[in-house]
Design a protein around this ligand. Structure first.
Ligand code: ADP
Ligand code: ZN
Ligand code: ZN
Length: 734
């Protein structure tokens, strides 16, 4: 870790030259204002798409070390910046009146290291953003407001480092399964990036814990970064890591923390005091000088891709960072992204294979079987059936035995549309090309895109018919329906059935999710209804049945990644059932995953029935290869928003014309501009253009030289109507 002397003690180096007016020898007295002698290139957060360059130049009296945080004037404000390059001497040069002087340096803080700056610079280049934007977004917000003294005070708070032993609890270690042992041995013996493909409940987390333990025991300075896709999975993981390594060694980093908490975690990681940093995608940018191991759990999860501002993939950056810093990277999943699966293919014939080492753990711990998958053909059910009779029976039996069931429906609210049967009125959002969702609990119509909310009208706003009705079904309505259906069923102790719902609406209040999950774990819930929030990660012990009641939408989506996402979501949901083999045996129960579908012969469900990710992946990859789609091609989206769809599209088409002459244009395909699938949100029309190439380098080259042209186009009369434009590299949904 780089150490540095506080700048106040650094005298300008002899060859730096004293200010020309100072005469020979005698440095200026301490109290005299120092003359600027250095030009400093500083990364600051400039407004997005401002025509300013990547770095701004300032003048300083001392050659601040790159990575030093400083305050600098910007417009009428003073902002935080990072010294980016080695300062250049202004010796002998005409004093440049345009250079503003830097403000105070936060010199109590060790400068950010070169590896960190490289990561930021790479991310800026690759995702077409400015260095300052990425750098400043990566720093804890509170750093912007603290004075030098306040910061120094924070830094004085205890920072202990040293070897971290596993705690007493962990000394009582469980014996690893043969598959875990083999995976661990591989990771210990080799370097690079590993794809750990382990069924749900195969003990991947235990493998992460052991890798971290071995690393920390071996290297007293080493640090590990462990990432999870969602905030609500961090408390669980944090508890497991703290139980193993003690409270001191572990810090978390995610957006659900207060600013002081985030600063404290960030400082602990930056100083090396925290040996383990747990976090969501933002944690990939943490300053971790001793980084030797990165774990990306559920690496396929779409949440690793940032969907606004700099649209980075934390998974991909983790792999890059691991390579740059010589840290091992473990990507873990039961259903890897097709990109990672492809990248871990073994060598075959002429194909040298992928760059990742693939490690597989197919068995569940404790010889627990993966749940039996039952497909219910909804074509054979009476019209308008919500839950088939067979499924209801199966859930009813479980309630009677005191087991839990989980029903998964990826649509929150009561009903997706409210409609009038007389005149055909529907609850459209006036500002978006979408329907407002009916929420019965507070009797509102809410737009899930722009947030526009109104009380439910008493009668049809178009014709006055008082009989407006919900169409379709969300989690709220399913919960209500289940309560009616099971009203007569009793639990083993004779008490009434308890049904609970977990989704974004039920968990808005701070701590709500934790208490709802705790209730499930404590066995207080018999039937849990929820969105994908409940499908991920949770280690439920008493759930023996999981059902997906309406998964068909994704089968025929225009988004080529929709089947991949559906498959992994269903596999993950299935993974919530029968996680405790001992419990299953004691109950004499079998774990089941039920799927209600109108397409029971679909190859996706056929593969799911056998828990056969490999077959599903092969079929998808063959299709993608035939159609030259990722991972066999590389994509970016250029998007433009405007008041009129035609204005947005015209901008994109002009941009495409301008790209004609750019380097790489001959091997980069530009598709025609089209409206987004939800074309209008909050009265803004949105259009996009797909850009694709078999060569990632060519695509990158084109994007880099396109950027300045796009800025120019925006200033032309035709471009004036564009509200915003952006580039999304490796977009997730098209
Ligand atoms: P995954 O992350 O693959 O879903 P986990 O690591 O959460 O699986 O393990 C599932 C359960 O099995 C956890 O409760 C964990 O404590 C337990 N477990 C993991 N490895 C072992 C082992 N070797 N022996 C006994 N129990 C284990
Ligand atoms: Zn009407
Ligand atoms: Zn809306």
């Amino acid at each position: 870790m780089p150490r540095r002397t506080p700048i106040s003690t650094i005298a300008p180096a002899p060859d730096a030259g004293a200010p020309t007016t100072a005469g020979p020898a005698a440095p200026p007295p301490e109290s005299a204002p120092a003359q600027p002698a250095w030009r400093l290139d500083i990364a600051v957060q400039t407004p997005a798409h401002a025509a300013l360059g990547d770095l701004l130049s300032y003048a300083g009296a001392v050659p601040l070390v790159p990575g030093t945080l400083v305050r600098v004037p910007l417009g009428r404000r003073e902002v935080l910046g990072v010294v980016w390059n080695t300062p250049t001497s202004l010796d002998g040069a005409e004093p440049d009146m345009a250079l503003k002087p830097v403000g105070a340096a936060l010199d109590a803080l060790t400068p950010l290291g070169e590896a960190w700056r490289d990561l930021v610079a790479f991310a800026a280049r690759y995702y077409q953003r400015s260095i300052g934007e990425i750098a400043l977004a990566a720093l804890p917000p509170q750093l912007r407001d603290l004075t030098t003294t306040q910061l120094a005070r924070r830094l004085k708070r205890k920072t202990t480092t040293g070897p971290v032993a596993q705690t007493a609890e962990a000394a009582n270690l469980i014996a690893l399964s043969p598959e875990q042992t083999a995976a661990l041995a591989h990771i210990e013996a080799e370097s690079g990036t590993f794809l750990l493909v382990g069924s749900t409940g195969s003990g991947k987390t235990e493998v992460y814990l052991r890798c971290v333990a071995d690393l920390l025991a071996r290297d007293p300075e080493a640090q590990a970064l462990v990432m999870v896709p969602e905030i609500n999975l961090t408390p669980q993981l944090e508890a497991r890591f703290k139980a193993r390594f003690g409270d001191e060694a572990v810090v978390s980093l995610h957006s659900g923390m207060t600013n002081p908490q985030r600063l404290a975690s960030w400082l602990a990681a930056h100083s090396g005091a925290a040996r383990i940093v747990l976090g969501t995608r933002m944690a990939v940018f943490a300053s971790i000088p001793g980084l030797k191991l990165i774990v990306v759990d559920e690496e396929h999860d779409p949440s690793y891709k940032q969907q606004e501002g700099a649209r980075y993939s934390a998974r991909d950056l983790a792999v890059w960072r691991g390579q740059r810093e010589g840290a091992k990277v473990i990507l873990g999943s039961a259903t890897p992204s097709l990109e990672s699966w492809h990248q871990s293919r073994p060598a075959e014939g002429d194909d040298p294979g992928g760059r990742y080492v693939r490690l597989e753990m197919p068995s569940r711990i404790g010889a627990g079987e993966l749940p039996a998958v039952r497909l219910v053909d909804m074509n054979l059910q009476p019209p308008k059936t919500v839950l088939s009779g067979a499924l209801l029976d199966a859930i009813g039996q479980r309630i009677a035995r005191g087991e839990q069931s989980m029903i998964f429906l990826n649509r929150r609210g009561y009903a997706p549309v409210l409609a009038c049967g007389d005149c055909g009125w529907k609850s459209e959002c006036p500002h978006c090309s979408a329907y407002r969702v009916f929420h019965k609990i507070d009797r509102t119509l809410r737009c899930h895109h722009c947030g526009f909310t109104e009380r439910v009208p008493r009668a049809c706003p178009a014709c006055g018919n008082p009989d407006i009705a919900p169409v379709g079904r969300g989690t709220e309505r399913l919960e209500e329906h289940l309560a009616e259906l099971f009203a007569a069923v009793k639990r083993p102790d004779g008490s009434a059935v308890r049904i609970a719902r977990i989704d974004a609406d039920s968990t808005k209040k701070q701590g709500a999710l934790e208490s709802q999950l705790a209730a499930v774990h404590a066995g207080e819930v018999d039937v849990l209804v929820g969105t994908q929030m409940i499908a991920k990660g949770h280690d439920f012990r008493r759930i023996t049945l999981v059902a997906a009641v309406n998964p068909d939408g994704a089968l025929f989506s225009s988004d080529f990644r929709a089947p991949e996402r559906l498959f992994s979501l269903l596999m993950q949901s299935a993974g919530r059932a029968g996680r405790d083999a001992t419990y299953l045996a004691a109950q004499g129960a079998t774990a089941e995953m039920w799927i209600q579908t109108f397409h029971s012969q679909h190859p996706l469900f056929m593969a799911l029935r056998k828990h056969d990710y490999a077959t599903f992946a092969k079929q998808q990859l063959d299709e993608r290869q035939a159609a030259a789609m990722p991972p066999f091609a590389f994509q970016a989206l250029l998007r433009a928003d405007a008041r009129e769809q035609s204005v947005a599209q015209a901008f994109l088409n002009m941009a495409a014309d301008a790209a004609e002459a750019l380097p790489g244009a001959d091997i980069v395909t530009r598709y025609p501009a089209v409206p987004l699938s939800i074309q209008r949100v909050a009265n803004v029309e949105r259009a996009q253009m797909l850009i694709e190439s078999p060569s990632r380098a060519a695509l990158q080259r084109l994007l880099a030289s396109w950027q300045p042209l796009l800025h120019e186009l925006r200033r032309t009369p035709e471009g004036k109507g564009v509200i915003r434009w952006l580039v999304d590299v490796d977009p997730h949904s098209i």
